[in-house]
Design a protein around this ligand. Sequence first.
Ligand code: ATP
Ligand code: MG
Length: 455
Amino acid sequence: MTPYRTKILIVDDDPDIREVIRDRLKAMRFEVMVASDGIEALAKLREDAPSITLLDLQMPKKGGLEVLKEAREEGLETTAIVITAYGTIDKAVEAMRAGAYDFLTKPFSPGHLEVVIGKALEREGLRRENLLLSAEVKGKDQPIIGHSPLIRNAVELVKRAAASHSTILLLGETGTGKEVFARAIHQWSPRRDKPFVVVNCVALSEELLESELFGHERGAFTGAHRMKQGRLELADGGTAFLDEIGDLKPRLQAKLLRVLQEHEFERVGGTKPIRVDLRFVAATNRRLDKAMREGLFREDLFFRLSVVTVPLPPLRDRPEDIVPLVNHFLARLCGELGKRIKEITPEGWELLKRYRWPGNVRELANITERAVVLSEEDRITSDDLPLGGIIGSSGFAVLEAPAGFHEAVVVYKRQLIRETLQRFGGNQSRAAGALGLQRTYLSRLIKELHVREKN
Ligand SMILES: Nc1ncnc2c1ncn2[C@@H]1O[C@H](COP(=O)(O)OP(=O)(O)OP(=O)(O)O)[C@@H](O)[C@H]1O
Ligand SMILES: [Mg+2]
């Protein structure tokens, strides 16, 4: 399960508008993609299945209305918000009849955009809850694979702690299994029949996250037409999983601290205290000690959260887990696809075991899936595993006749960045995480080294 990050598609033939909206949505931590005409838009809808689509109505080639109709015919689900020029409300009405959920009139303010997105997210939330439900059923028998002492120790520790009400803090790089462990904790706890809710602390803007966590009263802000219960209230009696807690803004850190200390909070815009009985599990891939020293994370909150701290080891520190994990993914995938389980050639295994796995188990699962789907025979060979070009047998880059040391280093950097970006679908934050770089530094490198995504 990938961390939930809402995907939004922006469709507009005006590059300036695309850029303004994109920057705004990126700042709100959405995963953003763009299309400049209707044909491209349909292709993106098929490929990327964005949850929300901002759709300009007037475009050359294929207009927004046609896109809506075709998307509906093809059964492509997305919450569409149409963008119309001021004074063409009738067009918006027609679009709503064709299945659009809401509309925005140009020119609009960032605040207006945020409200409309907020409403669409609320609807998405409802749709997602259904998905979550089925994901949770699946999650129930998601075993924790691996027999390395490192992973077994983590499982033992978590099993003992699960029985108590203690807050548990899961620390680990991206893809190490934090969410898998959080779900397991809930299943092993006396609260297993109560709700398990996930709140991702980076997927939303601060205001939306606040109302997601604590709910809001009617009229608390523009666009709050109804009272809404927050996730913490809905999870009463169960487990709340606070993912990416290291990114929580100071104001919300203070509010959360109060919930941990006093088990109560108020909805946004409300005065009535709401009492909850919750077990908290938090996770982050950030260095919280560093964040505390820099004054970005409250110490008192850290101590409350870290009653039991469980570090999840990166895959490169437990290479003995690679074989059982790959076998597990192979069996699951081939089962799902109704295929005979494929064998991996000795060279293929060699490659899998030698690679450093910066994206950890998630990357291993993705690479295995890709190989199962793309390999043509019953065997998976090293050609089906695109790892060799990145790290050679000695751990150095495999390069073709480099011109000299400095040139070789540049080529290697470019190649490494490109491959990592591709692996994370172009998501710079996650690529930066896997490479152990600051995202801002990574974007600078991309510019300086002229990294293009495809070559
Ligand atoms: N020990 C494990 N056994 C089986 N599958 C695992 C294990 N660890 C991780 N996975 C799988 O790897 C993928 C990533 O795991 P998960 O989402 O829990 O990672 P994460 O630590 O939350 O990553 P991120 O920090 O990027 O959110 C999932 O598909 C998960 O099912
Ligand atoms: Mg996660």
